[in-house]
Design a protein around this ligand. Structure first.
Ligand SMILES: [Zn+2]
Length: 142
C-alpha cells in the first residue's frame, strides 16, 4: 500500500513558508497631490506648454524581507511619514518654480522625489507618477 499523496505533501507548506519568509516582498502606498505646471521644452503649440494642473498620484513601493515577528516589510505609517515633507513641497504649488523642477515632466518629478526620499527610505524600490488616469511613469533609480 503506497503512502497517500496528500500525506506526503502535507509537510511541504511549512518548508515552503519558512523559505518564503526570508524572501523580499514589495509593499506600496499611494498618495495624491494637486499642482500646476507647464512644460517649457515642448514644441511650439503643444498643449503642455500652456499652464494647467493635475491631480497627481504617487505610488511609492518599498522592498524588503518580511519581519519574522512583525509579519510586515515595514509599517505603512512610516512610509507616509517619510513622504510627508516631500509631498508638502509639491501640493498646491506651481511645480516650475521649485528648484530642480524647472521642466516638471512626470519623469523628472519621479527622479526629484526619488532623490529626496531615498535618504529617508533606504528600502525604496519604485516611484510611480500618474498625472492622468491613463498616463504615468515608473522609476527605479539610476
Ligand atoms: Zn501636464
Amino acid at each position: 500500500m503506497s503512502e497517500p499523496i496528500l500525506g506526503s505533501s502535507m509537510a511541504r507548506p511549512e518548508i515552503l513558508l519558512a523559505a518564503h519568509c526570508n524572501k523580499l516582498m514589495k509593499i506600496y502606498k499611494e498618495f495624491t497631490f494637486e499642482a500646476a505646471h507647464r512644460l517649457p521644452n515642448v514644441p511650439t503649440g503643444h498643449k503642455c506648454a500652456r499652464l494647467h494642473g493635475h491631480s497627481f498620484r504617487v505610488r511609492i513601493t518599498v522592498s524588503g524581507p518580511v519581519g519574522e515577528k512583525s509579519g510586515w516589510v515595514m509599517d505603512f505609517a512610516d512610509l507616509s511619514t517619510a513622504f510627508k515633507p516631500i509631498r508638502e513641497q509639491l501640493d498646491h504649488y506651481y511645480l516650475n518654480e521649485i528648484e530642480g523642477l524647472e521642466n516638471p515632466t512626470s519623469e523628472n518629478l519621479a527622479r526629484w522625489i526619488w532623490q529626496r526620499l531615498l535618504p529617508r527610505l533606504p528600502q525604496l524600490d519604485e516611484i510611480e507618477i500618474r498625472e492622468t488616469c491613463t498616463s504615468g511613469c515608473r522609476y527605479h533609480g539610476d
